[in-house]
Every structure is written in structure tokens, then in C-alpha cells.
Design a protein around this ligand. Sequence first.
Ligand SMILES: Cc1ncc(COP(=O)(O)O)c(C=O)c1O
Length: 377
Amino acid sequence: MLPICDLARQYQTLKPEIDAAVTGVLAGGHYIMGPNVKAFEQELGAYLGASHAIAMNSGTDALHLALRALQIGPGDEVITTAFTFAATSEAIGMVGATPVLVDIDPATFNLRPDQVARAITDRTRAILPVHLYGQPADMGPILELATARGLAVVEDCAQSIGSTWSAPGQPLRKTGTIGTIGCFSFFPTKNLGAAGDGGMCVTADPALAERLRMLRSHGWKRKYYQEILGINSRLDDLQAAILRVKLPHLERWNLSRRRIAARYDQLLADIPGVVVPGTLPDTVPVFHQYTVRVPERDRVAASLKEAGIETQVYYPYPLHLLPIHAALGNLEGTFPEAERACREVLSLPMFPEMTDSDQDGVVAAVKAALSRPAGVR
Ligand SMILES: Cc1ncc(COP(=O)(O)O)c(C=O)c1O
């Protein structure tokens, strides 16, 4: 079976370094808030160009605590996309605020700034763009709206580490350093993945950074001297040690993902009905996923499975049609592009170690599935 993401293959390429890092932590005996966490915060901050990096236990906690640090709570609204992973809106709910969903751009699958503009009310406190699949969202107009209305921008960078955006004539900025707070996930399958859960918030604002440090550790600056309500959301030193081994390889891996994506674009170009992902000008994506639209998506996915190729549907439901968001009152048809994406998207195998022959097999299987008459697997 060709998996959609082959973590075991990646481990083999770095086995001696990862094994040594793990053994080093175990032998050192400093497992919580140890030296690797501090070093990883510095190294990732430097890589991203962020003044402050605060490690957390997961991307979900990073989003949750980012909103808490901004003191967003009951009565407040946060605008985000209807087409994302559940954790994005979950974080908004966790602080007691209301998620206000908007539709997406069909080419990039990211939230549309014109829809964000229409959704702003007196209660809006923040815009929460998601750089889905590693494609940077349309940050220029989002920043303009946020500045004009005094809103925070919390970037969900769970899938976008290393991707960049630039304002016209300005230097490149890594996603996560464009808005007020950037939130990252180190879930194992992410472009920079731990061997368990992990996350990070980055910000240029020292006061927010201090609050985030307190929030992730019981609301104290000085041990046991609790000042605000926090939680326990610390990155394990073991995970930080593994992430430190992997970070120097991230640029090379992202380059490899872009090369594989460009080759997919070429190879899939002449298959009728297949729509390859779009990228905005002035952005450099990192293809956490390579996601196409295909006609009869479920039949194509089943056919690829039979050919020994794993695919995934990220995501089968738009947020507004999930039972948890029923109270928002958004009925079917409210966000037609998000709904259409849920019916049509298919993520194909994508990982840096993937070979041309792995990829040729995927493309041949897509071609074979679509050359059969409708309804025939
Ligand atoms: C878009 C998005 N947001 C948030 C998260 C949450 O990250 P984590 O799984 O580390 O909590 C994920 C991870 O799957 C994600 O893909």
C-alpha cells in the first residue's frame, strides 16, 4: 500500500540522529520544560523570523491559548473559514466566543476576504485565517481589514509551516509571522512532525508572549504563584529533541513537496475533470496536502484503494453543517463553495521521500479510474 504520508520512511532517513536525541533526553532526566524545549523555541523562532515562540502541547492548544491571550471570550465573534479541520472553530468555542463562518475561494480552498469583510460586526474581535493544505491565505486584504477595524489576526498555520507570503514590493514573510499570533501543530503527519502531539504560538508582541507562557503553565510566571487561569500545555522535551533534529531538514522537505506538486500538476493536466490546486501570486506554498478536485470522488478514491494507493478526504463536512454548529443556523447552501469542496476534494499521496515511480503509479491509477464509465469501479 502506498500511504498518503510515510512517516516510517522519513524516520529511516534520520534514524541515528533521532535515536541519539531520544536517548540523550532519557539519560538527561529533564523531561518537562527541559533544555530542548527552550532551544527548539529559539530555533523555530529564528527560522520563522518571529521574536517570540512559545511551545505548547498541540496545535489545538496553540489556537485556544492564542485566543485566550487576546482576551477573547463570551460575546465576542471570531471570523474563520467554513472549510477547515474541527480544531479551528473548536478553539473559538473553547474560549466561549462565537465562530462566524465564511465561504472559500474555490481555487485555493482558503477563506475569501470579501466574505470576511461582510461578516464583520461590532462584536468581531479577530479574523482566523487557515492556510489550508499549506497554501497561504489571501493575507493582504485580511490585514487591511484587520487594521481598519482594529481586529487581531490569528493565523492557523497547522498545515503551512515554512510557506511564505509577501506584500507587493515587500520582503517574504513566513506564515505565522504575518498576523498577531501564528499557531503551529507538530502532529506527526505535519510537514514538521513530532512523534506525538506538539504545537507552538509565535508573536512579535512581548506582552502577548508573556501571557502565552503563563497560560500554557497554570497561569504562573513564578512557579506556584498563580496569577491567571491557565492550563497545562507544555511540549515534552522528548518531542522538542526530535523536532530539533528535523527542523534543519524542513526547507529541503518543503522544496521536495513543491517539486512533487509541480510534477503532479504536469502529469494530471491532461486528465479530463481533474482540477489541480491553485496558488495565489506572491505566495510560496508547502503542500502539506496535494488536493485535487475529481468528478465522482468517492468512486475514484475506492478505485485507488483497490490499486493499493491511500487517499484522504480533508474534509468531508463543512463546519456549518456539523451538529456542533447547528445553533449558528447556517443551512445547506449557505456556503456553496465549502460544500462543493467537501464533495469533490481528494488528497493524493504527498511526502518528501516519495519517488517518481510512486507518483507515476498514483497518476496511472487516477487515469484508470476516470477512464472507466461512470458507476463502474
Ligand atoms: C488546520 C488545522 N488546525 C488545527 C489543527 C490542530 O492541531 P493538533 O492536531 O496539533 O491539535 C490541525 C491539525 O490537525 C489542522 O490541520
